[in-house]
Design a protein around this ligand. Sequence first.
Ligand SMILES: Cc1cc2nc3c(=O)[nH]c(=O)nc-3n(C[C@H](O)[C@H](O)[C@H](O)COP(=O)(O)O)c2cc1C
Length: 155
Amino acid sequence: MKTLVVYFSRSGHARELANVLSGAMRADCEELIDVRNYKGFFGPVRGAVNALRKSITHICPPRFHPRDYDRVILVTPIWGGIATPAVRSYVDQYGDMCKKIMLFSVSKKSHVDKVKEDLEKTFSVVIENAVGFTEAQLSKGDVLTQMREMSAKNG
Ligand SMILES: Cc1cc2nc3c(=O)[nH]c(=O)nc-3n(C[C@H](O)[C@H](O)[C@H](O)COP(=O)(O)O)c2cc1C
């Protein structure tokens, strides 16, 4: 199955997860670039404001086209309980061109279910599978083993 991993990351956690997933699946990997600057002291504040407004942003044109893939895996940090503006914008622009969508989130503690629900309701897409990691889980390492354990627990 030809897979594309698409991610946004401000401080590196989602990037780390996206790299593990794309490596394990031999997938192409696309980093989304938000034209808004979320770096520096006030970066998180700007991020929080945009997340709470559920705002859409401008992302740089992607290198890979989702139409060329059987499956697109979105990897996003959770901001204000939902996906980042860059990932929401990607789904807004390209969601209807994705044959299958899977979702991975990274957060301090928020749950992936709300992120999935927001993307599905707002952009009329179907997300086949959603898996959430906290930073604490990521720091334990071996994401792939944890995923196997999660799926064994969930049957
Ligand atoms: C603007 C902003 C809003 C955030 N909102 C939440 C939140 O609602 N729930 C949560 O658990 N973590 C929240 N976080 C924490 C991030 O989801 C978490 O640090 C994540 O690992 C960041 O991923 P990154 O390193 O790839 O940027 C927020 C972080 C930022 C900067």
